[in-house]
Design a binder for this molecule. Sequence first.
Ligand code: GLY
Length: 361
Amino acid sequence: MKKIKCNSYTVEAGNLELSSFPKLLEETYKDVRKVIVVDENTHDFCLEYLLTAFPTLEDAEVILLPTGEENKVMEVCFQVLEALSDYGIVRSDLIITLGGGVVSDMGGFIASIYKRGLPCIHIPTSLLGMVDASLGGKTGIDLGNFKNQIGTFHDPVAVFVDQRFLATLPEEEWRSGFAEVLKHALIDDKKEWDRLIASKQDELFSEENVTKLLERSIAIKAKVVNEDPTEKGIRKSLNFGHTIGHAIEGYYLDLNPISHGNCVALGIIAESYLSNQKGTLETEELNEIVQVMMALYPCPEDLLTGVGIMIELMKNDKKNDQHGVRTCFLDKIGQCSWNHLISENDIKAALNYLYQAYYKN
Ligand code: GLY
């Protein structure tokens, strides 16, 4: 069992049955009621395993969230809060989230506000959940097309990463999570980036490779969160690719939703371009990043029709201050800096570069 300290709690990576999860259920949370939060996918593919492997969960209440980012909204939270109240859940009871990023973002948020905060355990079941969303205590709910505009910092009691849950993950979800894996390497670990991009496509998600990339990616995220849990400084680097990526995601949310990771990958291309234009990232490294991202992630053909709206969405990005839109730049592969001010013209040029990279021929 690999144990990684992340702020006030421990992330355990390995077989869930061999982790401290059973002990938490049988000792620390023995006499409290448990609520398991799932979505439609984890309800069908993961819940039965959990209930069978851990008989103490037999009487747990199960809350089913509608699947998808478009449902990560306050209206759904209100329904869940009412259900918790109807079930008579009290402050000492335990919430267990079983799912991807939407489930841990929303389940964590609800755990943080219901009766001013309940203990919560995350069991991520997607690659994105395992390397990013379940780690670091951020919770988030979208507000219209603005991603994660409402949220809290609420550390879970523990996070358990068991890669066996990935067995049923669709290809699109693998790619989505892998964008965050690549981002972690880009901002912190050139050796890991080189290792990842040297992997053959068909071996990328082999069991052995996934164990390695999970350990490294979780370690990078945990290191950053440990240094800056509430995002005053270095934690902003985890948002590399997300200023433009979130705006692309927000724009398409109610048109033709694109996975978070795909949008982050496109944001990484655009923000790497800006890093290069502003004189931090070498052109050779920019070209390498663009090539890697383009081989894995598509770009919508009508991207440029959304530029005006995307700029408006970026004006509300959480990293901004009174001076305008602030973003991260790569200094080089493996090193990131943050708080860089960018203009509307910079954003237009970056989106144009992104579009040209895919469609110039
Ligand atoms: N996903 C970015 C962060 O946790 O800070």
